[in-house]
Write a protein that binds this ligand. Structure first.
Ligand code: ZN
Length: 395
């Protein structure tokens, strides 16, 4: 609250209190001072006082995948502050109690409490509420951290959506023919946020453009999809020990793909399925970019894990080349990652997160400081990047 605003509302309140209770022996100025003091204290409390966040999470039975993701989200500053400030209580449109959000916030309060003796938090209640909401995650078998991240963010979003659940988008479907790509993309984005709008969308949502090019008539068409993370394929290497770079994964993700007639959608101009090329670009960059490295491939009867090392930049990951042609450099810095060690059936998840002092490894209840050169491995599974402030966020 602005000081001036506070001042004038405080004066008004004092006037009305004093005029309504003329028999009370209290001067307007004394009342003013006390009220103003109270308001200032309340305002100050909103500036969070936090511990260093180096607090672990107990493993309550195969919950390492949950713990690793919670640590990564706990170090996503925009989300953490939104929760700890309880901003969502004023923001939500739903009349239902945001049960999962409340429990998630309690875990964060434990992780960021200023009590220096605090080593670990028990997240059991939060996980129970989560599993009640999503019975799919019940049972204590090894689960996928990426899937959990998606379900968790989706569920939190539903609880704190600023749009009414039954709100129907007023924006009509844009007529594509005469719009420029950027206008078409902006119209599709507006349609999306007319229904789905929350801190989760503010932070994690971006927009992908998929362009199709007909090889017969050269007709171009675009479709736009919202994404909350990018799932990148890992290129094959002749020697799996040499490894690949994140840039090579991004290249493979966005490279032009030839679709046969059988796999192509119908060309609007030819009115039949034709050979088509398809390519993906990032139309709208999210503030928080989560990259999922596709280490797990489903085979017929089993799941295979790739242990190819993927090297990634800690700072200045440039996604500009994968965006619209005129977008320039779009730089991201790493602030958290989730590793998967072991095999498909006997695996373990840990998180590595950055704080003021450097990097810490979060292995359930055990938190240890590590150096930046220990981050690269053949186990990196999810990478959390934040858009640099000096890069303008693009519409
Ligand atoms: Zn065509």
């Amino acid at each position: 609250m602005l000081r001036a605003q506070m001042d004038s509302s405080c004066q008004a309140l004092c006037r009305s209190l004093v005029s309504q209770n003329e028999n009370i022996d209290i001067s307007q100025s004394v009342l003013y001072t006390s009220l103003m003091g109270l308001l200032l204290v309340a305002d100050k409390e909103r500036e969070l006082t936090l511990g260093n966040g180096q607090v672990g999470l107990y493993n309550t039975g195969n919950t390492c995948f949950l713990n690793a993701i919670v640590q990564c989200l706990s170090h996503t500053q925009g989300l953490r502050d939104y929760c700890l400030n309880k901003t969502y209580l004023q923001n939500t449109c739903s009349s239902r109690v945001p049960e999962l959000m409340n429990e998630f916030t309690k875990v964060l309060e434990g992780l960021w409490c200023t009590d220096e003796g605090k080593r670990s938090v028990n997240p059991d209640r939060f996980y129970r509420v989560f599993k009640e909401a999503l019975p799919y995650f019940s049972g204590y078998s090894q689960q996928d951290a990426h899937e959990f991240l998606r379900f968790l963010l989706d569920r939190l979003h539903t609880e704190i959506n600023r749009r009414h659940p039954h709100h129907t988008a007023a924006t009509p479907e844009p007529s594509y023919t005469r719009l420029r790509i950027s206008e078409e993309a902006a119209a599709m984005w507006k349609r999306y946020v007319d229904k789905d709008d929350s801190i989760i969308v503010d932070l994690f949502s971006g927009q992908l453009r998929s362009s199709l090019h007909c090889s017969v008539c050269s007709h171009f068409s675009n479709t736009f999809d919202v994404f909350c993370d990018l799932s990148l394929p890992i290129p094959k290497t002749s020697d799996s020990r040499t490894g690949v770079t994140l840039g090579e994964c991004l290249d493979l993700f966005s490279h032009e793909e030839k679709l046969s007639k059988e796999n192509s959608p119908m060309c609007e101009t030819c009115n039949r399925c034709t050979e088509t090329t398809k390519s993906l670009t990032i139309q709208r960059f999210p503030k928080i970019l989560v990259i999922h490295l596709k280490r797990f491939t489903a085979l017929r009867y089993s799941i295979r894990k790739s242990t190819v090392p993927v090297s990634f930049p800690l700072t200045d990951l440039d996604l500009g080349p994968f965006g619209p042609s005129d977008c320039g450099a779009v730089l991201y810095d790493l602030y958290a990652l989730c590793d998967h060690t072991g095999t498909v059936s006997m695996g373990h998840y840990t998180a590595v997160c950055q704080d003021q002092d450097g990097w810490c490894c979060y292995n359930d209840s055990c938190v240890t400081q590590i150096s930046a050169d220990q981050l690269q491995s053949n186990q990196a599974y999810l990478l959390f990047y934040r858009l640099k402030n000096n890069t303008a966020s693009r519409k």
